[in-house]
Design a protein around this ligand. Structure first.
Ligand code: SF4
Ligand code: SF4
Length: 73
């Protein structure tokens, strides 16, 4: 399993993205109000995790359940 982990110590937030599941269509990147996500080589990356607002929209938007967010059940 290829999982990428992105953390912000100041926010106390960790985002994990399962790259085996990710289909790269970018729903997460489109819906995130903080511009946290970037699609790189057809996989989602949480490049700007420091900007996360904790809204959980990314988790809900992913059609394959590839995103785990420490603040989102
Ligand atoms: S929780 Fe909200 S602000 Fe944070 S990465 Fe997901 S969509 Fe963006
Ligand atoms: S919504 Fe899910 S499948 Fe789509 S790019 Fe984001 S992490 Fe990958």
């Amino acid at each position: 399993m290829v999982t990428r982990s992105y953390g912000s110590k100041s926010l106390g937030v960790t985002i994990e993205i399962d790259h085996d599941k990710c289909e790269g269509a970018g729903d997460c990147a489109e819906i995130c109000p903080a511009g946290v996500y970037e699609i790189v080589d057809e996989k989602s990356t949480a490049t700007d995790v420091e900007n996360c607002q904790g809204c959980c929209l990314c988790v809900d938007s992913c059609p394959v359940g590839a995103i785990k967010h420490s603040a989102c059940g």
